[in-house]
Write a protein that binds this ligand. Sequence first.
Ligand code: ZN
Length: 102
Amino acid sequence: MTFRLTCPVCGKRDIYEFTFGGQERGPRPEQEGLSAEEHFRWVQFRMIPGGMGAGEDAGPRAGGPGQLQHEWWYHGQGCGVWFRTTRDPATNREVKDGSGEG
Ligand SMILES: [Zn+2]
């Protein structure tokens, strides 16, 4: 399976140039009073597609078509920039403000 992502610096590039950085899970939790387990769970959310540990309602297959994912990607084989994109996991296509792109 292959698809392309749009780097904000380089433009459209093959997926193999990128490293998946995990789903957007919001801001880093406060360090103050954060338990090791809570921190671990937050890290896992970011590292594993689908968010292992998110509970039964948030598995990789939780959403059908149209259930968009906000994800972080790293252009390691290119400019080295981290960026966030919105993707439809059913089609592997990026989605931008309601307009399909392919
Ligand atoms: Zn780039």
